[in-house]
Structure formats: C-alpha cells, structure tokens
Design a protein around this ligand. Structure first.
Ligand SMILES: Nc1ncnc2c1ncn2[C@@H]1O[C@H](COP(=O)(O)OP(=O)(O)OP(=O)(O)O)[C@@H](O)[C@H]1O
Ligand SMILES: [Mg+2]
Length: 385
C-alpha cells in the first residue's frame, strides 16, 4: 500500500518569485504591464478601481481558473472576445537562476490556452506547479464558518503540492465516485452489488490513501497552527486542536464494509453518502468546536493562523516558496493583529500581493523594513500605475 512520505526538509530552498506580469482584458483592466517585487506588492485604489481584478489575473495565471466565478469567461472585459495574462517566474538556487515564461489566454467559449516557455501545455496543473498560490479574501477568512467543501479544498490544495501522488489518486477517486453515483442514480433500487463492485474497489483504494495523506498532513499542521495562533493572539493556544473527520464513522466500520453494506441506502438516495468526499476538519478549543462556540473575530484569526500554518508546512515539505494574494485584509483584522500577521507572512518568505482602499491603513501595518522592501501600485478606473 502506498503511504505518504513524511515531510521533506527544506535544506535546498528555492527562491521563487513572479517578476513580471502583463494583463489584457481582465474585467476592467484593459492593459497593464507590471514589474513585480519579489517580496511585497501593495495595490491601492478606490472601490471599484480594479484591485481584486488584478489579484484575479494573477490567480488565473497560477490556477487557470478564477476565485470569483466558476465560469472564467465572465472575467473577460465586457465587449472583448478574449483575455490574456502572462508572467515571468524566476527561480533561484544559490547563484543559479532560471526564468520561466508562462501565459494563459481564454475566450468566451471557455477555451483556454496555456503556454510555458513557448510550448502549449495541456494540463493546467503544470501552471499551479510553476506558480503555487493562494487567494485570501473575505470568504477565505470565514474558512471556519464555510461549508466543509471549503476546508477540504484547503487541505487538498496543500496536499496536491506536498504529496506527489495525491492529485493522481484524488482524480481517480473523483472519477470512481462519479461513475458509482451515475449508476446509483440510474438504477436506484434495482442496482446489484456486482454493478458497482469495480467502483467500490476504486473508492476503497482511494479512500485509504487520501485519508492517510490528510491525517499525516494535519498532524504537523496542528502544531504550526498553534504556533502561529499563539503569536497572533498573544495567548497560550495549547488547548487548540484540529480534529479530522474522514467522511465516515471509522469507529463504526471500515470504509470497505461500509461501502458494501450501505448500497441499499445509497441507491435510495441516488448517491454515495460516505467517504473522503465528505471529509472535514474542526478547529477545537478545549474539545469544543470553534465553529460553534468561537466569536466571529476568533474564527477569523484562527483562519489566518491556518493559512500561515499551511504555507509554513508547504515550505517545510517542498523547500519552495509561493505567492499569497490578500484582498482587503485591512478590513478583516484589527491593526495589532494585521501587524503580526504580516510579519509572520513575510517571515515565511512567500511573495505577497495585498490590496487596500487606503494606503494609510497598510502603512500602519507594515514594519519599516517591510515597507522599504516593496513595490506599490495604484489602480484608478482600470489603469495601473
Ligand atoms: N467582465 C467585466 N468587464 C468589465 N468590467 C468588469 C467586469 N466584471 C466586473 N467589472 C468591473 O470592474 C471594476 C473593478 O472591480 P474590482 O472588483 O476589481 O474592484 P476593486 O478595486 O477590487 O473594488 P473594491 O475596493 O470595492 O473591492 C468594477 O467596476 C466592476 O463592476
Ligand atoms: Mg475588491
């Protein structure tokens, strides 16, 4: 059986940064060309000027999709047929440096063309390997209050990057789940065990690996989470835990027995009720769920600590850096917490993009040394200067 590797050390750390960015026809940004700072990029502008659109353009470059809309074509500027974002990623190991030219173009039919160093790339996952990034906006700071799907995405994103085989197993599991559900929906009570046997096997195989990988990831994450939360809250956070829920009651039965014995109930409902596709994790303090008992502010700070922990683990296990896009953070945390959050974030050596409507709000957040090591952009009616 495949078991996820324990964390790799980051002895050979690669400095990775996006150094150039061009944007064409993304929402209200008709044309922009930016020299990006390897550490901190501050984007200011009034409401509706195009700040989130700029972050969205960077996000599309790294993920080949948008955080705003499942339909990426809605991000094309009104009246235009297509949009394009290109970038130059510089990766440096000690004295060696390499530049990768990446680009994505998409049109209203949903057709996407991804290019890397002049070659057409078929799998958009190659983009996310080249430019690992996370967007933290209003919805992300509510990670604890969101439905479980968002927390699964949080876990899966990190695991796609730190566990080589995770993505492959995850895609295989998704496919098997779709096939099994299609049979359940079509055949309902007429379904026989032999019709779903092959998919049951696939589900059991996937469940075991995904479950083990998630558990192995959450274990060190919990420690990193407590560490960052402690620094953010200036309180002892030893009572905090991350409690994993695999998506079925492990105490009651193993997943294989469950998949076989619940066939009737699954057929009645027309879908597979239990499995890693229903997994979740709960942030607890002294055994009580913060999702249920924490204040809105405590939940937000815990979410920030989770993102810090995630990047800390990502860096420790891959030896790589990535990019974090923070949208309007000023509106989400008080000044003291903002200060600590930025200090922690920049100490992880990630490249940061942050937006704010008022430049002053960010000035009060940054230490002098951080403020000096940054680039500033101002957006006005879709023009970036
Ligand atoms: N497909 C599109 N084509 C052209 N403009 C669009 C498109 N979609 C949205 N817009 C407009 O782009 C403008 C910039 O939006 P964006 O969300 O980037 O602003 P923002 O600077 O982040 O504002 P806020 O501070 O309120 O968050 C808005 O006026 C929005 O209505
Ligand atoms: Mg915005």
């Amino acid at each position: 059986m495949y078991l996820p590797r324990k964390g790799r050390s980051s002895k050979c750390e690669a400095q990775m940064s996006l150094i150039r960015l061009t944007i064409e026809n993304v929402r209200n940004l008709s044309s922009a060309s930016l020299a990006i700072h390897p550490r901190l990029n501050i984007i200011t502008g009034r409401n509706g000027s195009g700040k989130t659109s700029l972050l969205e353009a960077v996000y599309v470059l790294g993920r080949a999709k948008s955080f705003r809309d499942v339909n990426i074509s809605n991000a094309i500027a009104t009246g235009e047929k297509s949009a394009r974002v290109t970038g130059v990623i510089e990766t440096a190991w000690d004295s060696l440096a390499r530049q990768t030219h990446v680009g994505i173009q998409w049109d209203r039919s949903g057709d996407r063309q991804v290019r890397m160093d002049g070659e057409t790339v078929r799998r958009s996952s190659e983009l996310s390997d080249a430019l690992p990034l996370t967007y933290i906006g209003l919805q992300e700071t509510r990670l604890l209050a969101e439905p479980p799907q968002q927390r699964r995405k949080f876990l899966d994103w990190a695991l796609f990057h730190v566990e080589q085989r995770y993505r492959e197993v995850w895609l295989r599991f998704e496919r098997a789940l779709k096939q099994r559900n299609a049979i359940l929906k079509r055949r309902r009570q007429l379904v026989t065990p032999s019709e779903v046997e092959v998919w049951n096997k696939e589900l059991v195989f996937g469940a075991e690996i995904l479950n083990a990988a998630r558990c192995n990831f959450l274990e060190p994450l919990e420690d990193r989470f407590r560490h960052h939360l402690q620094l953010l809250t200036e309180q002892d956070c030893g009572a905090y835990t991350l409690d994993y829920r695999p998506g079925w009651d492990e105490a009651m039965s193993n997943f294989q027995a469950l998949t076989e014995s619940r066939l009737r109930q699954d057929a009645e409902r027309g879908f597979t009720q239990f499995g890693p596709h229903r997994a979740d994790f709960v942030v607890c303090r002294g055994g009580r769920s913060l999702q249920q008992y924490g204040s809105a502010g405590e939940q937000k700070i815990a979410a920030c600590a989770l993102y810090l922990a995630q990047w800390d683990e990502f860096r420790r296990r891959t030896g790589r850096q990535g990019l974090i896009l923070i949208d309007d953070m000023a509106a989400e945390l008080d000044e003291r917490r903002r200060k600590v959050f930025f200090r922690l974030l920049l100490s992880l050596s990630v490249q940061v993009f942050v937006t704010a409507t008022e430049a002053e709000l960010l000035e009060s957040t940054l230490d002098d040394s951080n403020a000096a090591e940054s680039a500033r952009f101002h957006v006005e009616h879709g023009q970036v200067s």
